[in-house]
Design a protein around this ligand. Structure first.
Ligand code: COA
Length: 324
């Protein structure tokens, strides 16, 4: 009998209606479209409206993923939400999403790994399926960083946006293509670098302000080095070389970091899915949002080998390789 594998069978995304351009930010901050584009590749971001929350956006993205797969919420075994910006300390975003979707069975939990949240959630979901605990998992990233950035700090607030993305995983059956599915996932963290990118305070430390802080230059340096190592690791474990990868679907923090990893993989720009120009950094939502876009517009097709990677506060980082 073949080992159990997780297929990516559904994709969904949600972006708030309101778009804020760099030029709009420049009307209230000492910054410019030119500075932001040159350093990051970002031109605009979507910002949550009063009705947009981690739960509402996650539920919208998850509904789309279910529709894509032709599955009902009642058939789903588990919901995992990667988020650093939940609406409440508890219940978890994931159980609120269960209720929104009408699920009365299964289980849900949140996972906090900052911008690596989707890779971590995908890895946990894959493990649940491989171990036989469940047959399907909704893996969601949902974030409202507009509510944790200091809008007077030009060094951080220009970098982030809001949104949610979702992928539905299902255990492969006898009738499925036997090469498809998640091949491997690889997770890392190093708490010694925790002060490079953090939010000061939460419900356990109310006296702190709850704003995001970052040492941008140091994060940049770590991102390039650790993501390069991560890409090497995932290829080595799978006995693959650069030319075997069809698509890079990276976490969308900064175009210069993305281009660095693509160069390392010897992938031409047209083989890299980029949304950072329009979405900015949506943290745990960025990879599933990018996947959703590229699968729906027909760039990523069945049989393609997709490499995903991310780095975030913690520092946390990791990669995943999947055949669609
Ligand atoms: N507009 C204009 N000037 C700005 C600015 C803005 N939005 N933000 C910072 N500056 C200024 C700084 O004040 C500094 O001015 P000074 O030299 O007079 O002090 C100058 O630009 C250079 O700042 P620095 O932070 O050294 O710039 P940088 O080239 O490192 O670019 C980042 C800053 C944040 C774009 C870059 O470090 C980066 O992308 N880091 C990675 C961040 C990231 O991806 N984080 C998320 C990981 S999940």
């Amino acid at each position: 009998m073949m080992a159990r594998r997780s297929l990516l069978v559904g994709f969904g995304g949600y972006l708030p209606d309101r778009i804020v351009t760099n030029d709009e930010l420049a009307t209230r901050l000492d910054t410019s479209d030119e500075w932001i584009r040159a350093r990051t590749g970002i031109a605009q971001r979507h910002i949550a409206g009063p009705g947009d929350t981690a739960v509402s956006m996650a539920s919208a993205a998850a509904s789309q993923a279910l529709d894509y797969a032709g599955m009902r919420a009642g058939d789903v075994g588990a919901v995992i939400v990667g988020t650093s910006t939940p609406d409440q300390a508890f219940p978890a975003t994931a159980v609120r999403v269960q209720a929104e979707l009408g699920m009365t069975g299964g289980f849900g939990f949140d996972l906090a790994a900052a911008c690596s949240g989707f890779i971590y959630a995908l890895s946990m979901a894959d493990s649940l399926i491989r171990s036989g605990q469940v047959d399907s998992v909704l893996v969601i990233g949902s974030e409202v960083y507009s509510r944790i950035v200091d809008w007077s700090d030009r060094g951080t607030c220009v970098l982030f946006g809001d949104g949610a993305g979702a992928v539905l995983l299902r255990a492969a059956g006898d009738e499925d293509e036997d090469r498809a599915g998640i091949l491997s996932t690889h997770l890392h963290s190093d708490g010694r670098t925790g002060d490079l990118l953090y939010v000061d305070g939460a419900v356990g430390q109310r006296e702190k302000s709850g704003f995001l802080h970052m040492r941008g230059r140091d994060v940049f340096r770590h991102a390039v080095a650790k993501l390069s190592d991560s890409v090497d690791e995932v290829l080595r474990v799978n006995g693959l070389s650069h030319g075997d990868v069809s698509w890079l679907v990276p976490h969308q923090a900064n175009l210069r970091i993305i281009e660095g990893v693509a160069r390392k993989l010897e992938l031409p720009p047209e083989r890299v899915i980029v949304t950072v120009d329009r979405h900015a950094n949506t943290s745990a939502a960025s990879i599933p949002l990018a996947l959703n876009e590229a699968v729906r517009d027909g760039r990523i097709r069945p049989g393609d080998l997709v490499l995903m990677e991310a780095l975030g506060g913690g520092l946390t980082w990791g990669s995943a390789l999947a055949r669609i």
